[in-house]
Design a protein around this ligand. Structure first.
Ligand code: SF4
Ligand code: SF4
Length: 76
């Protein structure tokens, strides 16, 4: 059973501090240097597959800007 996770970023609250990037054990997060939030920060995003939905990023975010989802795929 492979577990797939993903995140949603509230760009009204993300301030691009990078704490979640440093905390992600899968190293799949980074700041999106191509985009700016409404407040002018580079928002975090997933730059690769491999998110497990562990939730660590959401726990460390001081601005509660992340929501984590996790999907369990069961092989037939
Ligand atoms: S999601 Fe939270 S911890 Fe991550 S860069 Fe944005 S404000 Fe910082
Ligand atoms: S849920 Fe876990 S693996 Fe996925 S981006 Fe957040 S810290 Fe990384």
């Amino acid at each position: 059973m492979a577990i797939k996770g993903w995140i949603e970023v509230d760009e009204l609250h993300c301030k691009g501090c990078g704490l979640c990037v440093a905390a992600c054990p899968q190293n799949v997060m980074s700041l999106d240097m191509e985009r700016l939030t409404p407040k002018g920060y580079h928002p975090v995003h997933l730059h690769a597959d491999g998110c497990t939905g562990c939730g660590i990023c959401a726990i460390v975010c001081p601005d509660a800007a992340l929501t984590v989802f996790r999907e369990a795929k069961i092989k037939a």
